[in-house]
Design a protein around this ligand. Sequence first.
Ligand SMILES: C[C@H](O)[C@@H](O)CC(=O)C(=O)O
Ligand SMILES: [Mg+2]
Length: 441
Amino acid sequence: MNDLRIERIRTIDLRFPTSREAIGSDAVNKDPDYSAAYCILETNSGLEGHGLTFTLGRGTDIVVQALDYLARTVKGRTLSSIVSNFAAFSRELTDESQFRWLGPEKGVIHLATGALINAVWDLYAKVEGKPLWKLLAEMETEQLLSAVDFRYIDDAISRDEAKAILDAGKAGMSERLAQLQAEGYPAYTTSAGWFGFSDEKIRRLCREGLADGWTHFKLKVGGDPADDLRRGRIVREEIGWENRMMVDANQKWGVAESIDRIHQLQELEPWWMEEPTSPDDILGHARIRRECKPTRIATGEHCHNRVMFKQLMQAEAIDVCQIDSCRVAGVNENIAILLMAAKFGIPVCPHAGGVGLCEYVQHLSFFDYLRVSRSLENRVIEYVDHLHEHFLHPVRIRKGKYLLPEAPGYSIQIYPESLETYQYPGGAAWAEPSYQEQHVR
Ligand SMILES: C[C@H](O)[C@@H](O)CC(=O)C(=O)O
Ligand SMILES: [Mg+2]
């Protein structure tokens, strides 16, 4: 590994036309084209590190440009110079003296940082010949700690507390691994409940989901109150009351409105209420949680960074922590969030509604169970049944559970043909001028 050098970085604006079938739609994002700012780290050894950050169509070019700027930081670097002090590398990106003004640690620049850091982890895991979850789970505690930037969170979790969690995680790891190998990691599906799907389609997809072994279903809400209830009742009619149903408003409401709407939706007995209001409103989430008990409150897919997660936990504002693999600064920052969630006793149920997010987050959940939380209680990974065919190592699901990935890396590498077909604006998928217009508005 010492000689492995990153020589060239390629970036790609990748967009899939999912909005044509309302795939991925919700009350706020009504026409999402699942997209990614994608990067490839080419090395002198022939091995490549791949990474992406998830976006929704227009604007992906802006993230790609940010990624192009940040990529200069890794060009010519050896892998060992990065991973020997991973937190310092992460800080180099987030503290770049002029880019920092664009964040700090939020927005376009942070999304780009996530793609780049994840690409380095993909390369690192490939060099070590291990899937990322295994690389992380088997790491020495000191090395894991050296990947975490404790600045801004050490008032909530000290380095010593984190060390104690990671050390304790070594005990019983082989039993937990055997359990995962035999049974997989529990999951839930969002594929039946997108906002733009007709009642008939929701019904059909719920039935198909049950037949495939799913027991947890998420429905998008945040529309007309009567429509939300009607659609929710359809899901309940199909899945019954013995299975679990979650609802997701994607930030549609203000705080008082959230409280009213959740009280109405309680008839559906949601297992959690996701993103009722602005992702930045920590005290708002805390009030909603207090006033809507026993409904559990979930958020995180739009949470910029570890500092926001820290405050949500300190303020007792959430019951479910929904990490996202690339909204924050990649694996490093997610390790920090997993550690805080373990300390605060909050289950982590990752967000995966996007392209490549299922492929990514499974590794973080497997690591979480093996080495950090050591619990599966109230934990499920999101699954959406879209675009997996573009990945060299797509997720494997059996009866509503994720199976352990086996290939070395972070499972995020996309086939070259798919990169070519879906790159925007030149790819064949965007050949019709009317499709291109859709994105230049
Ligand atoms: C636009 C995305 O599909 C979003 O709706 C995903 C999401 O909120 C989720 O999966 O949860
Ligand atoms: Mg959501």
